[in-house]
Design a protein around this ligand. Structure first.
Ligand SMILES: [Zn+2]
Length: 329
């Protein structure tokens, strides 16, 4: 993904960070509300950050998952196999897609459906490919070396696979679709936005006006960095404010307000943008208020994006929020 550089109006920021006023009747809590809340809490299984970490390590151990390489194929097959073993109906959405320069590339998206007959459905999304170049590394001789992508790619997939493991053991009421997109990270910084996110563009192009769409989608990108903070991404707030409200409320309930900060972050060209264009309200949970950079994690697109820089505490925070959303809808 790549950040856009433009300023967000102060007025919009004020609207977004304002906490809605709660009327007296809304704030009154009945016994049945409490019982429901207790039941919902008891029904949410515990996300294991150790397990999510292992799913990340398994991806990294394949080697950089650059499209067209053996590690990429191995990771593709690993994700499909895990989904199947956890009881998902799996669709392998292989297709050819044209880049903005007209080059045809093979896209290998993977879509898993849990509880396929449920009418209410939500979607979780992450990219599983990795960037072919460490072109933000401090060492220019590394610019053409592919990255491990432990955070940029594997972390979102790891959180999703751990969620899939929990769903296999205990089905939530809602249907869950898990979309693992390909070819997110091969764009250039100076080129058009459409050089990025080719997998989600191909998925969006495959939808017709009559295609079934989930109620909303949550994209997980770079969710494993130490002390990661997740401000509200701009396009998410524009297109799906009610989903932003839901997720950041769940985060507050989970005691994660210091990570899921309720302030406007930047506008980021990422996979959710193409789902939004295809009529799916979609948000991006992405580390983009790092203390050192003010934006992404300093390991972004460098050789330091490796397993040593994945923090279980961050995975736990994100996993707790995602499972809370999945199991309490
Ligand atoms: Zn990237």
């Amino acid at each position: 993904m790549k950040p856009h550089h433009f300023y967000i109006s102060a007025a919009l920021t004020a609207i977004l960070i304002a906490t809605p006023a709660c009327s007296k009747s809304q704030s009154a809590t009945s016994d049945s509300d409490i019982n429901r809340a207790v039941a919902a809490h008891a029904a949410t299984p515990k996300f294991s950050s150790d397990s999510a970490f292992n799913f990340i390590k398994q991806q990294v151990d394949f080697g950089p998952r650059v499209p067209g390489t053996a590690p990429h194929t191995a990771c593709h097959d690993f994700i499909a196999e895990r989904l199947q073993s956890y009881g998902a109906e799996v669709e392998l959405l292989d297709t050819m897609f044209a880049t903005p320069t007209g080059k045809e590339v093979e896209i290998r998206n993977i879509l898993g459906h849990f509880n396929p007959d449920a009418r209410q459905r939500i979607m979780l999304v992450a990219h599983y490919d990795t960037r072919p170049w460490a072109d933000r590394d401090s060492d220019p001789t590394a610019y053409k070396t592919p990255i491990d992508g432990a955070n940029d790619g594997a972390s979102g997939v790891g959180v999703m696979l751990e969620t899939a493991r929990l769903i296999a053991a205990q089905s939530p009421k809602t249907g869950v679709d898990m979309l693992f997109v390909d070819y997110e990270d091969s764009g250039t910084y100076a080129g058009p936005d459409e050089e990025w996110c080719l997998g989600s563009q191909a998925y969006a192009a495959s939808l017709t006006p009559g295609s079934a769409r989930p109620s909303f989608a949550i994209l997980l990108d770079m969710v494993g960095g130490p002390d990661a903070k997740f401000p509200i991404e701009y396009f998410s707030a524009q297109a799906a404010p009610e989903v932003v409200d839901l997720v950041w409320r769940k985060a507050a309930e989970a005691g994660q307000s210091s990570r899921f900060v309720k302030q406007m972050g930047g506008a980021i060209n990422d996979d959710h943008v193409y789902l939004i264009k295809a009529g799916i309200p979609a948000i991006d949970i992405i580390e983009s208020a790092n203390d050192l950079t003010g934006s992404f994690n300093p390991t972004w697109h460098t050789l330091d994006d490796n397993i040593k820089n994945i923090d279980r505490a961050t995975l736990q925070a994100v996993g707790d929020v995602i499972t809370s959303v999945v199991y309490t809808l």
